[in-house]
Design a protein around this ligand. Structure first.
Ligand SMILES: Nc1ncnc2c1ncn2[C@@H]1O[C@H](COP(=O)(O)OP(=O)(O)OP(=O)(O)O)[C@@H](O)[C@H]1O
Length: 683
């Protein structure tokens, strides 16, 4: 993509013609282990320049169909059968991912970023690094903001009501979710219930944005729940499902008539979708009646199209599909769904008109191609049987599926973009930042006052020093590890979404996160130590102070890693906190302070624990330079009063070396835990 191609004319996007033929989807129920068919023998078509709304009662299979069409289905033991084509060619999942996008129902957005920042970050991660200037990306972001009517709130924070961070409205959030996908200029948009959870005005705002995107040529497919009449006005095409079957598929404008012909006349002044839903949820026989009527209609249209010579049976795939329900009513070959019925005989013309309207005087390859495709069929040129348009020579070359040869964005650039984002998140979270700093400051003062000015009396000065270091460990292990659990809970969904979209890898995330987090942790440790060290009166030497700083910083980093590991391997923050508390208490117990002799069955804990080596390193550092005065006035060197339980048998340097090695080990474990959690779908 070149800078030029990002101009406003490029926003007129060619959609893709998606057809599904005899599609069924079966899963193995996790509980009963029985096979369960969620959608069966479905046919349909989503066209460029049009918005297709998929409706049905809860459990009808709407989300499943959307996932299947968007290549988003990943259930274990699931089986997909049937044929899905894109512009006539069999859909190739990897290529399709480059031209389509999927907007999930739940908005997963970074609450501390502004609307513009969120979309700009998406642009930086999704658009090619080479061949597209930074200015062009910014221009594209501005175009996206305008296209989705978000320019007015571009510099407002996304916000999060649950943590009291004021931000944009629910409807705007939904449009930002669309914007994140729109920056890569997809030809096809799939949206799972884009209006759910929004009030009617916000829902209409979102749907109107989708219509605008469709009118610019894109193919838009969404599932929807209980739309009001303003929202149904946004539909071009309509697919009604129940129990995994299709009850209607075609023009929205033909749905009422279809129901009436099947014996269900919608009363005047009643919202048709409310009526349809009440018919199929209250009257069980209606589902069968409508499914049968729809299947007959489809076959009738198919035969009619063949009779009229608009396409031959073989071109239509009739011979291949007659046995199993026939060609889709929706099929282009069928003259465009209900075009053959009196009430909507001009579907092709209407389709072409839609494309023309969207074209708005400019060349719109998608609409043009789609109309040409449809008209082509009518003129009898037809398609290859069963294979859609796979073997057509007249598919617009610009409509070919594109897949970049190499990675779009180099890893170092991804790390840079993510580092900037993590940095912004920290400095924009004053509550989190302040509460962290207050915690460190509070505990530093607390420990300082608790052991204020050590003395050198044997039995008191030595005990207080050991207890003070142990208590500092308690503070520095709980605080960063609990923060890690909390921030993981806020980050995991965003990370999962972005990893799923292959915007970056786990190693990139790790590098970016810790490029920001490590300096923060060291600064917090320095704050704690500066206050506590001098308050209590540890040995006043720069060398000792820096050894304390180095060991406590490493100690904190390992503790944070433990927090991440517990958070990653558990599903909820509550279970992570329970697990973490248990682990930390065990480690604190066997650091050598609480027990004179460690029971033999816990020796392994002591030998492996980072508490043991950190404790020993700091005690050696402090006690090597001081001495105590006994009850009889005798002087006792510090090293002689150190209890054997805190002696690892190593020198100070060796103890520090072991802690450094444990930092490396913990980082590797943390990275492996992140990879494993993603692979095993724990995120
Ligand atoms: N992996 C799965 N294992 C077992 N059952 C499943 C699985 N996926 C979906 N189902 C079931 O299939 C049916 C259709 O699910 P789907 O989510 O597609 O329905 P829906 O029409 O989108 O419903 P809703 O509007 O409530 O989201 C539901 O009964 C659902 O419980």
């Amino acid at each position: 993509m070149t800078a030029k191609s990002t101009g406003s004319s490029a926003r007129r996007k060619q959609g893709a013609l998606i057809e599904w033929h005899d599609v069924s989807y079966t899963v193995t129920d996790q509980v009963t282990k029985q096979k369960k068919t969620i959608i069966s023998n479905m046919y349909g078509l989503a066209q460029p320049g049009r918005l297709l709304a998929i409706m049905g009662p809860s459990g009808a299979g709407k989300s499943t169909l959307l996932d299947v069409l968007a290549c988003n289905n990943s259930s274990q033991g699931a089986a997909l059968s049937g044929r899905i084509t894109v512009d006539g060619a069999p859909r190739a999942a990897r290529q399709f991912a480059f031209i389509s996008c999927y907007v999930q129902q739940k908005d997963v957005l970074l609450s501390s970023a502004t609307v513009r920042e969120v979309i700009h970050t998406a642009a930086l991660l999704k658009l090619p690094y080479r061949g597209m200037a930074a200015a062009a990306k910014r221009e594209l972001v501005e175009a996206t903001l305008k296209e989705l009517d978000l320019a007015g709130c571009a510099d407002t924070l996304i916000g999060d009501e649950t943590i009291g961070l004021k931000g944009i409205s629910g409807g705007q959030k939904r449009r930002v979710s669309v914007g994140i996908e729109l920056v890569k200029d997809p030809r096809v948009l799939f949206l799972d219930e884009p209006s759910s959870g929004l009030d009617s005005e916000m829902a209409l705002g979102v749907m109107s944005s989708l219509v605008r995107l469709a009118r610019k040529g894109r193919t838009v497919v969404c599932t929807i729940h209980q739309p009001n009449s303003d929202i149904t006005d946004c539909f071009d095409d309509y697919l009604l499902l129940a129990g995994g079957r299709t009850l209607y598929g075609g023009l929205w404008s033909g749905a009422v008539d279809f129901f009436a012909r099947a014996g269900y006349s919608c009363p005047s002044f009643k919202n048709p979708t409310d009526y349809f839903m009440s018919v199929i949820t209250r009257d069980e026989a209606a589902v069968d009646t409508l499914a049968t009527a729809y299947a007959k209609l489809r076959l009738g249209l198919l035969a009619e199209a063949a009779d009229e010579g608009r396409a031959t049976a073989s071109q239509l795939g009739l011979s291949a599909t007659a046995a199993d329900g026939g060609w889709s009513t929706y099929s282009t070959a069928g003259g465009g769904a209900l075009s053959a019925t009196p009430q909507s005989s001009s579907r092709l013309a209407e389709f072409a008109a839609t494309a023309e309207a969207a074209d708005d005087g400019e060349e719109m390859k998608g609409g043009g191609t789609a109309a040409a495709v449809a008209l082509d069929v009518e003129s009898g040129s037809g398609r290859g049987s069963g294979g859609g348009y796979a073997d057509r020579a007249d598919v617009d070359a610009s409509g070919a599926l594109e897949e970049p040869a190499g990675p779009l964005v180099p890893v170092w650039f991804q790390v840079g973009v993510l580092t900037a984002r993590v940095w912004r998140t920290w400095i924009r979270s004053p509550v989190m930042l302040a509460s962290e700093l207050v915690q460190y400051l509070f505990f530093a003062l607390f420990v300082g006052l608790m052991y204020f000015r050590f003395n050198d009396k044997l039995g008191e000065g030595d005990f207080n020093r050991i207890a003070c270091i142990w208590f500092s460990f308690a503070v520095l292990c709980f605080t960063p590890s609990y923060t890690a659990v909390t921030s993981w809970a806020a980050e995991r969904l965003l990370l999962k979404r972005e990893l799923d979209q292959r915007l970056y890898g786990i190693n990139t995330y790790y590098l970016a996160r810790y490029a920001v987090l490590l300096p923060f942790e060291m600064a917090q440790c320095a704050l704690f130590l500066c206050v506590m060290y001098f308050f209590v009166g540890f040995y006043p030497s720069a060398a000792n102070f820096f050894i304390f700083f180095a060991v406590l910083s490493m100690f904190q980093i390992i503790s944070e890693g433990l927090g991440v590991c517990c958070a990653v391997v558990t599903k909820t923050p509550t279970s992570a906190v329970i697990m973490l508390t248990f682990v930390l208490l065990v480690l604190l117990s066997f650091s050598g302070f609480l027990t004179v002799k460690t029971p033999v069955y816990f020796v392994w804990v002591q030998k492996m624990s980072f508490f043991t080596y950190s404790f020993s390193a700091l005690l050696d550092t402090e006690f090597a330079k001081i001495s105590f005065v006994g009850a009889e006035g005798q002087t006792v060197p510090g090293m002689e009063v150190l209890p054997a339980s805190v002696d690892t048998g190593l020198t100070t340097a060796q103890n520090i070396g072991v802690v450094a090695a444990q930092v490396g080990g913990m980082e590797l474990i943390k990275l492996a835990a992140l990879h494993l959690a993603y692979r095993l779908k724990w995120l």
